[in-house]
Structure formats: C-alpha cells, structure tokens
Design a protein around this ligand. Structure first.
Ligand SMILES: C[S@@+](CC[C@H](N)C(=O)[O-])C[C@H]1O[C@@H](n2cnc3c(N)ncnc32)[C@H](O)[C@@H]1O
Length: 211
C-alpha cells in the first residue's frame, strides 16, 4: 500500500475509534437520529480481504452499494488502480459523497471512481457494464432488491460481498433472509465468512444474462 493511501486510511481509523467511543454512549434512539454522522466502515480486515480478491481476479468494474464517507471506496480504488479498473460508488447522502471525493483526491485515487448520488435502486438500474465485483453495504432492507437488480448484470465469475451478516445483531434476521435469497439461485455459490462484521461472499457461475 502506498504511503499516501495508507495515511488516508489511518485518518479514517482514528475517526472510527473516536466514533466507536461516542456510539457506545448513545441510546439506540439517539444513535438512529444521528446515524448519518458516522462512518460505519467495513473496517480494515474486510477492506484488506476485498482488496485482495479484487486484485487477484483483476475485477474491471467494481460496484459499491452504500459508500458512506468513502472508507471502502479507498480500498477498492487502490485495488483497481493496479490493473486499470474502475469503481462505481453509490451513496444516498451527497454530503458524505463530497467528503469521500476529498479523501479520494488526497489519496491520489479520484480518477478511478465514478460517484453516483441518489437511491441505489435507481442508480443500479442505470448501470449497463457487466459487473465483476459488488459490495452490498447499505441499509439491510435493501440488500434483496439490490441483489435482484444486480444479478442480471453479473459477469461470469463475478463476486458479491454483503457486509453485516453477523453484526449488529439487530439486523441478523434481515441478513439471514438475504443469505437464503442468494442461495435460492442455482448459479450462485455462497459462503459466510467470519471477517469483520460477517461477510456473505457469493460467486456467480454462469454467462452474463444482460450486457
Ligand atoms: C454502512 S454505511 C456504508 C459504509 C461504507 N461501505 C464503508 O465501508 O465506509 C451504509 C451507507 O448506505 C447508505 N444508504 C442507505 N440506503 C441507501 C440507498 N437506498 N441508496 C444509496 N445509499 C444508501 C447510507 O447513507 C450509508 O452511508
């Protein structure tokens, strides 16, 4: 990892530690009210794993569904920068995307990211390239509708990583429904990994249905 990129990741890590301390002190009602203040990042272990997978498979088109303030975007942009790919980064909140843009610029990785602001369900409908890698990391009730939009656009061998499959426990039921939904597709192989907050890593084995 280049020093310029690592120092940006370190900046996020410091902010995450401060936010984790603050979040522990909040009631669940206060947390819900203030949720858009927080990074809620995938964390370094998941970032490192997904970076490794994207690089190893030389994924050209990476779609990040739920980018928040850009922590996972940094990992992905660095991974694709080494083999000429791109990240399509989807986020509802424009202020978070502005912050992410500055951080990507600081890391020297902005040219590898195409930001799309708005509801991911609308943005996904507009993506026409075959998709090689997806991170699902938005509010959990949207995982299944997003999967259904993404499925026809997957390139052969494409991977989908869905975060928060084990933590927080409050979303476990929705996460389990997502996992069952993926497994109901014959062309998907899928496994739960105990990395970070729990990742369902799924691979599409089939021809691209739609180009
Ligand atoms: C857990 S955070 C993403 C964290 C990010 N992947 C990272 O590692 O830094 C979830 C994000 O999904 C966004 N989000 C929720 N629903 C969305 C939707 N329908 N369309 C686009 N973004 C959405 C939220 O605004 C929030 O920033």
């Amino acid at each position: 990892m280049r020093t310029q990129v690592q120092s940006v990741l370190d900046e996020y890590h410091v902010r995450t530690e401060q936010e984790n301390a603050l979040m522990k002190s909040l009631s669940s009602e206060d947390f819900d009210t203030r949720i858009d203040e927080f990074l809620l990042p995938v964390g370094p272990q998941t970032g490192q794993l997904l970076h490794l997978l994207i690089q190893q498979a030389e994924c050209k088109t990476v779609v990040e569904v739920g980018a928040s303030f850009g922590y996972s975007t940094i990992w992905f942009a660095d991974a694709v920068s080494q083999h000429g790919g791109k990240v399509i980064s989807l986020e509802l909140d424009a202020k978070k995307q502005d912050y992410a843009t500055n951080m990507l610029q600081k890391a020297g990785l902005l040219e590898f990211v195409e930001f799309k602001n708005g509801d991911a369900l609308d943005s996904l409908a507009d993506i026409s390239d075959p998709i090689d890698f997806v991170l699902l990391d938005l509010w959990k009730r949207f995982y299944i509708p997003c999967f259904d939009l993404i499925y026809p656009k997957l390139a052969d061998g494409a991977m989908i990583a869905a975060d928060n499959m084990r933590y927080p426990a409050s979303v476990r039921e929705t996460a389990d429904s997502y996992r069952n939904h993926v497994k109901s597709h014959d062309k998907m192989d899928s496994v739960l990994l105990s990395v970070g907050s729990g990742i369902e890593l799924s691979r599409f084995n089939g021809d691209t249905v739609e180009k």
